[in-house]
Design a protein around this ligand. Structure first.
Ligand code: SF4
Ligand code: SF4
Length: 371
């Protein structure tokens, strides 16, 4: 079967971030600023992405506003013909920056909140004053004429405030709100016991989202995907491995999904040494779980294998140690029972916050490479 063209690019411009969310999807070991891809390299990646058929780019991080060249990068992505979305915590987004980004052709902004309640927001973000700065940033975005989405990550501690979160998003002038249940990779896997909600909490939340969608149908779009651990079937993670999207790390490594580095033994190619087309078509990582030849039973002969592609490879590896196993979210997996045990074992407890300090893990590898 011919390899389909990718649709989306997640550009992790930096791992720097002023916040310390305990569910951050960045890896436990963060990339250091001195080895980040420069403006020229990112601009080339955007051109190659458009030539490969990619339609949209998410400028993400870390906190992408930590990049001084963000407006230049937005302009480069837009000039390449990509729909350009900024994913930001909002900290550092002033009126002048919002206007500069709009003038550079940025299409859309997504601001993340940790909670609708100011104190809880700042406690989870690990920074006092974050909530009010996010509100101010949202006002700047709307005033600059940019469409706004509010994203709020939901967990045991705030899942009871979904109604208030939707109200907050409407107050801020957002056209869309994402109620995003925690995905248990990266820092969230370290904090799983503290973050996992109970089954009754999840059932109430699903009912509340349905009622809110009904009530506000004319005013705001509400996106919410049921949390994995409580489902019977897994999601088609990333729309299938190596089928829809490419994630580039701050250093330039191309990943089939943002958590792919958590799987042992994978070989990732870098945009410093390979074109995006070569990476997409020929790199070992992107080909590792394409199609169905890699699957084990029960996925290999399952009627849903071309619907959910066996679920998430990173989650299968994280929970079973075998990246070819069915995602344990599937009730047909022999490991499915472990999820109920993890949910039962969850309880309120202190968070391990994301580090703000990058560790220079790449220095030996990057010696001699101009950045
Ligand atoms: S999840 Fe929090 S810590 Fe991680 S990049 Fe986003 S704002 Fe920063
Ligand atoms: S057995 Fe595999 S392919 Fe079938 S539903 Fe479960 S995870 Fe999906």
């Amino acid at each position: 079967m011919a390899t389909p063209s990718p649709l989306g690019l997640l550009a992790e411009l930096t791992h720097r971030c002023p916040l310390a969310c305990p569910y951050c999807s960045n890896p436990l070991t963060l990339d250091a600023v001195e080895y980040e891809l420069d403006t020229t390299a990112w601009s080339r990646v955007f051109d190659e992405a458009a030539a490969l058929g990619i339609l949209h780019v998410h400028l993400s991080g870390g906190e992408p506003l930590a990049r001084r060249d963000l407006a230049t990068l937005s302009r480069a992505a837009r000039s390449a013909g990509l729909y350009t979305n900024l994913i930001t915590s909002g900290l550092g987004l002033t009126a002048a920056k919002a206007e500069a980004l709009a003038a550079a052709g940025l299409d859309h902004v997504q601001i993340s909140f940790q909670d609708s309640a100011p104190e809880q927001n700042d406690a989870v973000a690990g920074r006092s004053g974050a909530y009010s700065r996010k509100r101010a940033a949202a006002e700047c975005v709307v005033r600059a004429g940019l469409p706004l989405t509010i994203n709020i990550v939901v967990h045991r501690g705030n899942i009871g405030r979904i109604g208030e979160m939707v109200t907050l998003a409407m107050e801020l002038g957002a056209g869309r709100v994402e109620i995003a249940h925690v995905q248990y990779y990266g820092w969230a896997s370290k904090n799983r016991a503290a973050l996992l909600p109970t089954r009754p909490q999840v059932e109430d939340a699903l009912a509340e989202v349905a009622a809110l969608r009904d009530r506000y149908r004319e005013r705001i779009a509400i996106d919410s995907v049921p949390p994995d651990y409580f489902a019977r079937y897994p999601k088609a993670c990333m729309g299938g491995w190596g089928r829809r999207s490419i994630n580039i790390t701050p250093l330039g490594k191309a990943l089939p999904c943002h958590a792919a580095e958590s799987i042992d033994g994978m070989e990732f190619w870098s945009v410093r040494e390979h074109s995006l087309r070569d990476i997409w078509l020929h790199s070992p990582a992107f080909n590792a779980f394409r199609g169905s030849d890699w699957m084990q039973e029960p996925c290999a002969t399952c009627a849903r294998r071309d619907i959910d592609f066996g679920g998430c490879r990173c989650q299968a590896f994280l929970l079973t140690g075998n990246a070819r196993a069915p995602d344990p979210v599937c009730h047909l997996s022999r490991d499915h029972g472990m999820l109920a045990k993890l949910v039962d074992a969850a309880s309120p407890q202190p968070f391990v916050f994301r580090s703000r300090r990058a560790i220079d893990r790449q220095a030996p590898l990057m010696m001699g490479i101009q950045t």
